[in-house]
Design a protein around this ligand. Structure first.
Ligand code: SF4
Length: 329
């Protein structure tokens, strides 16, 4: 008889989905001793996911730079001198070639980002053609194109778009310190249009922008209390890009980042929690703790829009060392 129990990928714990999280409850999670928080997050994670699997997405910037918005963290804003050149929308063939390469490298989802305030209808048609082409490759599709009208969201759904990314970025209270050219309500409105069109929602935020823990609590409360939890919740660590107003922000505490991931996992048990921007600056140990805290998705590839991301080989080596594998779509 073996003394070593067979690993059980899913626990039997039933975790109810809630949409009525209070700030006090979320604060209490953040305040837990680290081992207790990690245990809670792991328990929730195992109820819904295989803890050894990571969903792998690739993100391509299909229209880089020259954005009229003033997001204080973003090197693509035309308002900041960051050395990012404004480019035109990529051609369909070039995008499909990138998607084929991403699939060959193991990505199951292909995400396309365009630095627009909102897409013009003509541009939207071009993106729809890209979505249709990528669907033929049998990959999931995601786009982040700025604000959408209800009709534009329906058009993307008709083209076959699986996910739309539109982040809340931070709490409603801190938001005005980061962006002034669109409101928090504008963001919630776009998310509602995406949801109504039947597209899966990808929505999260950025930490390390000078916000307080209360702001992180507020952001998670807003996400977790949406009528439906986003299917995908990216948690980004600020990349301090020279030329942006946040370039001199102090380095964010990695353990507070792990706590933020864990609380996201506990409050949105069935969502895929993605480690997004900022991994390049994160130690492998911090990334491993994030996986323990319930993160189960990464962006894969040497660049995240315009900022560096760990190279594919480094990611694969880390996955191997951790005994983790990529999740099927
Ligand atoms: S985050 Fe998006 S909307 Fe904001 S400046 Fe950058 S590209 Fe524009």
């Amino acid at each position: 008889m073996s003394l070593i129990a067979e690993p059980t990928p899913r626990s039997q714990t039933i975790v109810e989905l809630r949409h009525d999280w209070t700030g006090a409850e979320i604060r209490a999670l953040f305040d837990l001793p680290f081992p207790d928080l990690m245990f809670r997050a792991q328990t929730v994670h195992r109820a819904h996911f295989d803890p050894a699997e990571v969903q792998i997405s690739t993100l391509l910037s299909i229209k880089t730079g020259g954005c009229p918005e003033d997001c204080a963290y973003c090197p693509q804003s035309a308002r900041y001198d960051t050395g990012v050149r404004a480019e035109k929308l990529m051609a369909l063939d070039a995008v499909l070639a990138e998607a084929r390469a991403a699939k060959a490298a193991g990505a199951s989802r292909f995400c396309m980002g365009a630095a627009w305030r909102e897409p013009k209808d003509r541009d939207l048609e071009a993106v729809c053609a890209m979505v249709e082409g990528i669907k033929i490759l049998d990959m999931e599709t995601c786009a982040t194109l700025g604000m959408l009208t209800a009709a534009q969201a329906r058009r993307l759904k008709d083209a076959g778009l699986d996910y739309y990314n539109h982040n809340l970025d931070t709490s409603s209270e801190f938001y005005g310190k980061i962006i002034t050219t669109r409101t928090y309500d504008d963001r919630l409105q776009t998310l509602a249009h995406v949801r109504e069109a039947g597209i899966h929602v990808c929505c999260g935020g950025i930490v390390g922008m000078g916000e307080t823990r209360e702001d992180r609590i507020g952001m998670i409360a807003t996400l977790a209390n949406l009528p439906e939890h986003p299917e995908s919740v990216p948690i980004n660590m600020l990349v301090r890009v020279a030329g942006t107003p946040l370039s001199a922000e102090p380095k964010f505490d990695p353990l507070e980042f792990v706590r933020t991931v864990a609380v996201t996992r506990i409050t949105m048990p069935r969502s895929v929690v993605r480690l997004s921007a900022g991994r390049e600056d994160m130690s492998e140990e911090t990334q491993a703790l994030c996986f323990l805290a319930g993160a189960n998705s990464i962006f894969y590839g040497p660049k995240l829009l315009t900022t560096p991301n760990p190279g594919r080989d480094r990611d694969m080596e880390l996955m191997e060392r951790l005994g983790m594998t990529s999740m099927e779509p």
